[in-house]
Design a protein around this ligand. Sequence first.
Ligand SMILES: *[C@@H]1O[C@H](CO)[C@@H](O)[C@H](O)[C@H]1NC(C)=O
Ligand SMILES: *[C@@H]1O[C@H](CO)[C@@H](O)[C@H](O)[C@H]1NC(C)=O
Ligand SMILES: *[C@@H]1O[C@H](CO)[C@@H](O)[C@H](O)[C@H]1NC(C)=O
Length: 289
Amino acid sequence: MASLHQFIPSIFLFIFIIKGNSLPKYPPPSFSCGDGVNFAYPFWQRSQKPNHFGYTSLGVTCINKTPTIQLDNNHLYRVKSVNNSENSFVVSFYELGDTTCPVAPHDVVINRSSFLTYSNNVKLVNFFYNCTVYPSGVEPIKCLQVGARHSYVFLDGSVPKFDWKTNCDSLVTIPMSIESSITTDFGKGMKQGFELKWSTSVECASCEASSGLCVYDNEQMFSCSCGKGGRYANCHERGLVSSKFKWGLLSIGLLICCVIIGVTILYIVKKRKDGSYKRGFNRLPTGGK
Ligand SMILES: *[C@@H]1O[C@H](CO)[C@@H](O)[C@H](O)[C@H]1NC(C)=O
Ligand SMILES: *[C@@H]1O[C@H](CO)[C@@H](O)[C@H](O)[C@H]1NC(C)=O
Ligand SMILES: *[C@@H]1O[C@H](CO)[C@@H](O)[C@H](O)[C@H]1NC(C)=O
């Protein structure tokens, strides 16, 4: 019965493929972490892996009712609001405590070639922390003064000429959606965060244009869901893409399984028959002379 043991694992493999391929419920429900910010497609809840509607980078994790998202270099940000009609959302540093004089924890570098861009109201702001030598006639941030160490903040483009790199402990550049004076209101601005806009991801464009929604699986394989079961390139052509390939594999697999089972059964039946014939012959009286 060695052949039976051989095809049992393959049966499990196919069950696994079917299960891993199941589509999430349509339409994807909106959700919130409990703090009043509501999320809809293309956002999705990270706890919903492996298959999910929505863009891979817009996965939301709830941490104690605070919705968070991972952006540049997997840094964690708090999502403060979402506007689905404007394709925009506002984020701030997750690490920011409840201080009026916050320190920017790290640079923010949004990949400009990605589908996320800063909104028009976003300005880049430069912080120079703990400078031991400073240029004359420039106002430091009063609340960050530690002894003779001064810290400074300037809008990008209006940084006074000075060797900041040599004379300060750290240089951090972050985006802010701020209108008022940066020197006095940088704390408020950092807490308010900055606005990002998303555009339709490239592979998703023809799917969404045909009123479909994009689904990604564990391997970040993309497919288009059109409401009923099935995975497509888009909802006009209804041309099966990835699933065609996988269903093809599945049918070939099942066919091979059937053949193996069939051959095994035939083999067993034949062996039994041969055996019984032999036994039958054995029982036949030998020598009929
Ligand atoms: C989204 O932005 C538009 C235009 O600024 C505004 O009219 C609308 O109220 C906003 N929606 C939400 C939910 O904030
Ligand atoms: C920026 O995004 C593009 C497209 O998503 C990607 O190919 C590239 O590697 C990214 N660059 C960085 C520095 O992350
Ligand atoms: C500035 O220096 C002080 C004293 O060494 C330190 O406590 C503080 O964390 C430093 N601030 C920054 C932003 O590096």
